[in-house]
Design a binder for this molecule. Structure first.
Ligand SMILES: [Zn+2]
Length: 75
């Protein structure tokens, strides 16, 4: 009888832990965020802003957030 209660209690605790885990780390959402964050960020040489690699401007092997800043840095 005591063992049965203990097993039931353990199951309840396990389910609660699982529910809490799910609550605090909802599945696909953070993974997608991580994938976004894993995109290489490059710093603009002119203003220091971090820009994803897909939208940077490269001039003379330096990276810039925009063509405008690339132009401004050269002058
Ligand atoms: Zn900039």
């Amino acid at each position: 009888m005591f063992l049965m209660r203990l097993i039931v209690l353990l199951i309840i605790v396990a389910v609660l832990m699982w529910l809490l885990k799910r609550l605090f780390s909802p599945g696909p959402e953070p993974e997608r965020l991580e994938a976004k964050n894993s995109e290489n960020m490059r710093q603009c040489k002119y203003c220091g802003v971090h820009v994803p690699e897909s939208s940077i401007v490269i001039r003379d092997e330096e990276t810039y957030c925009s063509a405008e800043h690339a132009e401004l840095d050269r002058s």
